[in-house]
Design a protein around this ligand. Structure first.
Ligand code: TRP
Ligand code: SF4
Length: 455
């Protein structure tokens, strides 16, 4: 099989069972501490659903390098947070037998791909990322004036496309706030492919096709300068890389459009696969104070919260601010407690709450207590699995190590394809071998076989 068409691990056995090629799913989270129910409903619940759907092959990872992009000054918590988040993944139902669960820094290929992608990424694209601009304006307690922070989306692009295969769909389940990052990923991938997935066939330079070559020169804005055609023809014949460079400048699509059927003199392959965003409808899960749930606001319920803490935190939860007295009717549609009922309570209880609220038939204290009971019932199995794993952290590490080794097999395959596309090492080795064969060393002499590159 040629490079880029290799089957992912396990593919042959799946083929034998007659199922189609699965779509790849890739997503990650930064290790920022224990996860809360906002993370569960915002992402994890969906990750678990995808893992259990046979059309998908899922890769989920702890983005420990990403934690450095904003917190390089204090790395003391990253290792602990990595186990914490992996424990939360497992407690929430992610299963290492179904998904590849790994740690980014254990797959150093991510750093290499990041480097190669960084070479083609225009600075302006990064400076325009909305979350970048916002963070620079709003976050004052951290130093974000670093190369690493600006390059965050490039690292993320590497994370994603590492697990793409040329002929397999690649999807990234992310929240609204990450969509612009995935959009940027698509643009970086397109640009990368235009440089390194584009080849000019030798026929274009044969005498019979001189007219086509002239047409190519006219189309390319940087070459088609009036009166300079003859000189440019010479230049292009002497440096075939020029066409590639200028095509990348004008965009492959535009170039092919203008070229019409003469595009047969070119070959274009997707070295890297463009990912698609998978936006999942996530329920609204405000924090206890009605703002977005976040550890730093102190308004979150973690997946390991105790019964006592759940009761204490929900007791003081914000409600419909217009309902000041027990006798005032309220509006559940503007009440965070009711948002939580929708996640944890039965339809009957939801009705009881909504109806009782609107008619002042129930008080907020009762309403909250009923919700807390259901939240506790919901969290119990997750918390129990979590406690079990907490008692055996070495199991969590083993799962991460194992998953990282698996992820790395896929990553190595991608990097072989990428390196070949950028540098053509194999071709260089082959031509060295050919010339060695032509000079025929004496028998038993220095004859060496060209080794195909790869590790
Ligand atoms: N940016 C994500 C976060 O802040 C983590 C992340 C890194 C990621 N690389 C990714 C998410 C690739 C999806 C795909 O949690
Ligand atoms: Fe919210 Fe329930 Fe109070 Fe209504 S009764 S305001 S839904 S807590």
């Amino acid at each position: 099989m040629p490079l880029g068409e290799q089957a992912p691990p396990g593919e042959s056995s799946r083929k034998a069972r007659g199922s189609a090629r699965r779509k790849r799913v890739l997503s990650g989270m930064r290790p920022t501490g224990r996860l809360h129910i906002g993370h569960y409903f915002g992402a994890l619940q969906n990750w678990v659903k995808l893992q259990d759907d046979p059309q998908y092959e899922c890769f989920y990872f702890v983005a420990d390098w990403h934690a450095l992009t904003s917190d390089y000054a204090d790395t003391s918590a990253i290792a602990q947070n990595t186990v914490e988040i992996a424990t939360d993944f497992l407690a929430s139902g992610l299963d290492p037998a179904k998904s590849v669960l790994f740690q980014q820094s254990q797959v150093p290929e991510h750093a290499e791909l990041h480097l190669l992608l960084s070479m083609v990424t225009p600075l302006g694209w990064l400076e325009r990322v909305p979350t970048y601009k916002e963070a620079m304006e709003n976050i004052k307690d951290k130093d974000l004036h670093t190369y690493g922070f600006l390059g965050y989306p490039v690292l993320q692009t590497g994370d994603i496309v590492m697990y793409g295969e040329p002929r397999t769909e690649l999807v990234v389940p992310v929240g609204e706030d990450q969509v612009s990052h995935v959009e940027l990923t698509r643009e970086i991938v397109r640009r990368f492919n235009e440089f390194y997935g584009f080849e000019v066939k030798d026929e274009l330079f044969s005498e019979n096709n001189a007219a086509v070559l002239e047409k190519v020169i006219c189309i390319l804005p940087s070459l088609g300068t009036q009166g300079a055609e003859g000189k440019n023809l010479e230049a292009v014949r002497n440096d075939r890389g020029l066409i590639r460079k200028y095509v990348a400048e004008m965009g492959l699509k535009n170039f092919f459009k203008e070229l019409g059927k003469d595009k047969r003199f070119f070959r274009s392959v997707s070295v890297l696969r463009e990912p698609d965003v998978m936006l999942t409808a996530t329920p609204r899960i405000p924090g206890t104070d009605g703002r977005k749930m976040s550890k730093s606001y102190g308004n979150a319920i973690t997946l390991s919260e105790s019964d006592e803490d759940i009761r204490a935190k929900t007791k003081v939860m914000m409600t419909d601010p217009a309902r000041k007295r027990r006798t005032d009717p309220g509006n559940p549609d503007v009440c965070p407690v009711f948002d939580w009922h929708k996640l944890f309570s039965s339809k009957e209880t939801q009705e009881w709450s909504a109806q009782g609220c609107r008619t002042a038939g129930i008080g907020c204290i009762e309403c909250k207590a009923a919700m807390a009971d259901n939240l506790i019932r919901w969290i119990e199995p997750i918390r129990a699995r979590r406690q079990e794993l907490e008692a055996h952290p070495q199991r969590v590490w083993e799962i991460l190590d194992d998953g990282s080794a698996k992820a790395r097999r896929t990553a190595k395959r991608t990097m072989r394809r990428v390196r070949e596309a950028v540098f053509n090492w194999d071709r260089a080795r082959k031509s060295a071998a050919d010339s060695a064969a032509a000079t025929k060393p004496p028998a038993g002499g220095l004859a060496m076989k060209a080794r195909p590159q790869g590790n």
